[in-house]
Design a binder for this molecule. Structure first.
Ligand code: ZN
Ligand code: ZN
Length: 264
């Protein structure tokens, strides 16, 4: 059995394929115990187009996933979440942070100022910037994301490495500071397998950063960040093996924004 996939998108964000039922049925077939949908919460125009759902779709999404929870009860534990861009870009209704229908929120950084650094169409911007500045900008946004206290889970911790751009300097001090804050706030951080399919060819986070998670006793979730149903269990087996080998005996689950443990 695979304990969970807490990072799964739907067609409603505009860049994922397959129906919600396709993701659910594939998860059941793969032996996943809990499937968390965490589709992209709205950001403002003009950034939103094809990247996140629009504000008018949020209620439909909440209704749809809630309906599926009931429909598949007894076969799969389904959880309702959002992946929220931080900073919030002003259009994710703060009311959602209080909405008890929502099980969890992943806070993610995909933008440095107005640059969507993880979007393949904007990858050339890396060549125009100092790579160490890019890394320190990224980690300082991640730190304010953690400081905000708005989220349950930190998404793809070192996403900035996605296209294989490595820093020249050591950013370990910033990483360690952020991880300690995550630990103090009793948040979770995810092991996100999608990086294995990207130019960088490794999970988020790297092995070195993962070691810092473990040393600081940080709770973790597992996610494949799938945008198509056949990737619903992608890399999960390896992720479970890796965390068990390190000494983890449980991962986090969430219900109505409350964390609980799922034994491995
Ligand atoms: Zn993301
Ligand atoms: Zn995602």
């Amino acid at each position: 059995m695979l304990p969970e996939n807490y990072h799964c998108h739907t067609h409603l964000c505009g860049h994922a394929t397959g129906t919600v039922d396709d993701y659910i049925l594939t998860a059941i077939k793969s032996g996943i115990s809990e499937l968390g949908f965490s589709d992209h919460a709205p950001i403002p125009l003009p950034f939103r187009e094809g990247i996140t759902m629009d504000p008018g779709t949020v209620e439909h999404y909440i209704g749809l996933i809630t309906e599926k929870k009931g429909e598949y009860s007894g076969r799969l534990q389904i959880r309702l979440g959002f992946e929220v861009d931080y900073p919030l870009w002003g259009e994710f209704d703060e009311g959602y942070f209080e909405d008890r229908r929502i099980d969890y929120l992943i806070g993610s950084c995909h933008f440095i100022d107005e640059w969507p650094f993880d979007h393949p169409a904007f990858v050339n911007e890396f060549d125009k910037r100092d790579i160490d500045e890019v890394y320190s900008d990224y980690y300082s946004i991640l730190e304010t994301l953690v400081d905000s206290g708005l989220f349950d889970i930190v998404g793809h911790f070192d996403l900035v490495k996605k296209f294989g751009h490595r820093p020249k300097k050591d950013h370990g001090a910033a990483v360690e500071r952020i991880v300690k804050k995550i630990s103090r706030k009793n948040m979770s951080v995810e092991i996100n397998t999608s990086g294995l399919l990207k130019p960088v060819g490794e999970m988020y986070p790297s092995h070195d950063i993962f070691k810092i998670f473990f040393e600081n006793n940080v709770p973790i979730t597992l996610g494949t960040d799938c945008h198509s149903p056949e990737l619903v269990d992608y890399g999960l087996q390896d992720a479970v093996r890796m965390i068990k080998k390190a000494g983890y005996v449980k991962v986090s689950g969430y219900s109505s924004r409350k964390r609980y443990d799922i034994a491995l």
